[in-house]
Design a protein. Structure first.
Length: 160
């Protein structure tokens, strides 16, 4: 841990940084899964999905940056390389053999839902640790992920 005048205890800051680095790894993994879908999607809805996937991927940049900067502000070191993300991510590996739009939607929706669940756990964990600021950061991320999940799932819903 780096020296800081932040009044949270070093033990608390260390625990919160570990929690943040775990979700940072997931978010980086998710970002590149969405980019993989963006690059490889095919089918009649190509342009709509290609653009949607690019927008979802771009919206992950904010949460990734926020988590990394929170870690740095707490005196920790953000572990944001793809090598670390590969080792630490809790998300299932993204299949490289997909090209159908619906298959990509299903795979991405599952990963977004899994990441959203992990973020909600992180909200509770950081709150119980006594770090309301990190809990608030995770709450904002949760809202973003839920919205993107809704956008993806809207393409999967059958007409009533």
């Amino acid at each position: 841990m780096h020296k800081t005048r932040n009044d949270l205890s070093q033990n608390l800051r260390k625990s919160v940084c570990e929690l943040l680095n775990g979700r940072l790894a997931d978010a980086i993994d998710l970002k590149f899964a969405v980019k993989q879908a963006h690059w490889t999607v095919k089918g009649p809805n190509f342009i709509a999905l290609h653009e949607l996937f690019d927008q979802v991927q771009a919206r992950l940049d904010g949460p990734i940056d926020d988590m990394a900067e929170r870690i740095a502000a707490l005196g920790g070191t953000p572990e944001g390389t793809t090598q670390v993300a590969t080792k630490r991510s809790t998300l299932k590996p993204y299949p490289l053999d997909l090209n159908d739009g619906k298959d990509h939607l299903e795979a991405l929706a599952s990963r977004l839902a899994g990441f959203g669940k992990a973020v909600r756990v992180a909200i509770d964990e950081s709150d119980k640790m006594g770090d309301a600021d990190t809990a608030d950061l995770f709450t904002g991320i949760s809202r973003t992920i839920d919205k993107d999940l809704w956008l993806l799932e809207a393409h999967l819903q059958a007409k009533s």
